[in-house]
Design a protein around this ligand. Structure first.
Ligand SMILES: Cc1ncc(COP(=O)(O)O)c(C=O)c1O
Length: 386
């Protein structure tokens, strides 16, 4: 039994979340968690520290096996050890893959809204940004518009699609059917797919994460799956991720590009923590997901009772609530400033994820329930006093 209710003081730890906001502000923005790490991770890191030597480190066979076993146990997908390419984070890998698999000026499609470094990986590398707007239907459910998507792929001659699966910030866990339709369209038009599955372990009851490689054997010929223990076990500061590339030539090109940039492997602490997490973390993740789900229920119930005009998009996966404050009719900048200055709650402004995020805020739920309740009370008070 893990204690996610425990309040850990993270102030003055050089932490982005708590040390970049004013003293009186509750941070509910950047995607990192306020929970203590899995004890086995801590022990493994302490053991390394006791060695007192931190030289160049190999990616061991045991490490690779722990990644294979995790994917098999948690996501029922079989991967081979040789598919795994380690990188110091998924964002650097995305940028490297854009360079590996496309040329300057090529069109790359991402969803709108989506995790904003996807856009950065496209435009900062002089590729052409093409947006697919994920639309909300009348039931408040986000879906792909596959007809519009295929039309745009043809018209814009899209070469690569970066998929967020599950989706940050809208909380969708894409179904097998949706992934199959998407994959088939991409296959038909020779579009490479990069599936960022960093949130794959945060799945709420009634939903199932489907790895893009598990949808159809043929999808392995034109896609890459990005995985990492960093969200699941709060290890972002250790910068470790595992990029799965089944297709040998795609893998060779990516590895060659990685070599040209000098981007090394993961540091020793990243490797050690990932292996410990994947060997010992099952129960932790099960309890963590249940806790996040309760936090999401807490937000939904509070809003229904106190602020019924604020709509919360159903959370199927991730630990990020997507809240629609559109009824306040505020400009996005003013909305963000209002929560920061009046409510003293820092959330991510929806607009930073794309135009479809207008009027939304993203709230991080990976924090003890007391903080969630406090954040909600502050938001209610400031809205009612407005
Ligand atoms: C979809 C997605 N990809 C990647 C990342 C960050 O990856 P990394 O820290 O490994 O670069 C995040 C962080 O929130 C994310 O939400």
């Amino acid at each position: 039994m893990y204690h996610f209710d425990e309040i850990v003081n993270r102030k003055n730890t050089h932490c982005v979340k708590w040390d970049t906001v004013p003293e009186d502000t509750l941070p509910m923005f950047v995607a990192d968690m306020d929970f203590k790490v899995l004890p086995e991770i801590q022990e493994a890191l302490e053991k390394k520290v006791k060695e007192g030597i931190y030289g160049y480190t190999i990616v061991s066979d045991d490490y690779l096996q722990s990644v294979v076993d995790w994917e098999e146990r948690r996501h029922h997908v079989h991967i081979e050890k040789e598919w795994i390419v380690t990188t110091p984070g998924i964002v650097p890998a995305l940028n490297a893959m854009v360079n590996t698999f496309t040329h300057e000026g090529d069109a790359i499609m991402i969803q709108d809204p989506v995790y904003f470094p996807f856009k950065g990986a496209v435009v900062n590398n002089q590729r052409r940004l093409v947006l697919h707007e994920v639309k909300m239907n009348e039931q408040g459910h986000y879906t792909f518009d596959f007809e519009a998507l295929e039309k745009k792929i043809i018209e814009e001659q899209v070469k690569l699609f970066i998929l967020c699966n599950p989706h940050n910030p809208i909380g969708r866990v894409w179904t097998r059917e949706e992934l199959k339709t998407l994959g088939n369209i991409c296959k038909k038009h020779h579009v490479i797919v990069i599936a960022d599955e960093i949130h794959a372990d945060f799945i709420m009851k009634g939903h199932e994460h489907i790895c893009f490689y598990d949808v159809d054997e043929s999808f392995k010929d034109f896609s890459v799956v990005c995985t990492a223990p960093s969200k699941t076990f709060n290890l972002a500061g250790l910068a470790a991720s595992n990029i799965l590339i089944a297709h040998p030539e795609m893998r060779a090109s990516f590895t060659a590009f990685k070599g040209r940039t000098g981007m090394g492997s993961v540091n020793a602490f990243g490797l050690i923590s990932c292996e410990a997490a994947y060997r010992h973390g099952d129960q932790y993740v099960d309890e963590l997901c249940a806790y996040i789900e309760e936090n999401a229920n807490c937000v939904r119930n509070f809003l229904q009772e106190h602020l019924p005009e604020v709509k919360m998009v159903p959370l199927e996966g991730t630990y990020l609530a997507w809240l629609d404050f559109g009824y306040l009719n505020m400009e996005d900048e003013a909305l963000e400033a209002f929560f920061l200055n009046d409510a003293k709650v820092k959330m991510n402004s929806g607009i930073t994820f794309g135009s479809q995020g207008h009027g939304f805020m993203r709230m991080n739920l990976a924090t003890p329930r007391k903080n969630v309740e406090e954040g909600l009370r502050r938001i209610e008070k400031s809205i009612k006093e407005r």
